[in-house]
Design a protein around this ligand. Structure first.
Ligand code: ZN
Length: 232
């Protein structure tokens, strides 16, 4: 949905209209300053919220602006008898973890290939937080589910707004504890232990394939966690 008041950027899928051209948001991770990308992420989140809250989830009536001065984008149900009349809806987002798992005293980093990606592409294990779960539980569960490895000592390393369409990425390091790589075969079809030497020869996703692995672009939290490991 585009912003009907004509203010703010217009979005179509994962692209934004800039200077008359649709530009992939991912390409802006590297070219925009962090605060500029954060502003775009906020706009995308609001856009997504308004597009997915046109009707009440309780009764199906149209939604309307809610009288909450502190949250001008809040919505409420337009049906007078509905509980959604008094319980306002606010822009929300899903939380996902990124796990930089290492072994051999940090000499190797676990990288995984998502079944939907081009063959050379590799990144960190990632997954969405489930209700009732801590972020640390999520790290342990996602790594086990996707790669068959048990990990310990998850440590928070930073976060990043991730507007695809409205997530928050929480980055963790963790240490391999036990198990051999056994991809789940559905989301992850391949995983491997990466050495620093091989990592340094890898090309970014945005670059043409050069025969080696492709890794996330600079500007992404995944890349920052990987660079931190490589520099260690
Ligand atoms: Zn309703």
């Amino acid at each position: 949905m585009t912003q009907k008041d004509g203010k703010g950027p217009r979005f179509k899928g994962d692209s934004v209209l800039l200077g008359g051209e649709w530009v992939p948001l991912r390409s802006l991770l590297t070219s925009l300053a962090p605060e500029e990308f954060a502003a775009l992420a906020q706009a995308r989140g609001l856009d997504h919220f308004l597009a997915t809250h046109a009707f009440c989830g309780r009764c199906g009536a149209p939604m309307e602006p809610a009288p909450d001065a502190a949250a001008p984008h809040a919505r409420r149900c337009s049906a007078p008898a509905c509980e959604g009349r008094s319980k306002f809806s606010y822009p929300s987002f899903s939380v996902a973890i990124l796990a930089a798992v290492t072994r051999n005293s940090g000499a190797e980093l676990l990288l995984a290939h998502n079944a939907a990606w081009p063959a050379p592409r590799l990144s960190l294990v990632a997954g969405f937080l489930q209700p009732g779960e801590s972020l640390e539980d999520c790290v342990r569960r996602e790594v086990l589910e996707e790669t068959g490895l048990r990990v310990s000592r998850p440590v928070f390393r930073g976060s990043q707004a991730w507007p695809f369409p409205c997530s928050l990425m929480a980055g963790f390091s963790a240490e391999w504890e036990s198990g051999g790589i056994r991809p789940d075969g559905t989301e992850i079809d391949r995983a491997e232990w990466m050495t620093r030497e091989r990592f340094k020869a890898a090309a970014e996703w945005s670059q043409p394939p050069g025969g080696g692995p492709q890794i996330p672009p600079k500007g992404s939290l995944a890349r920052r966690l990987m660079d931190d490991w490589a520099a260690g």
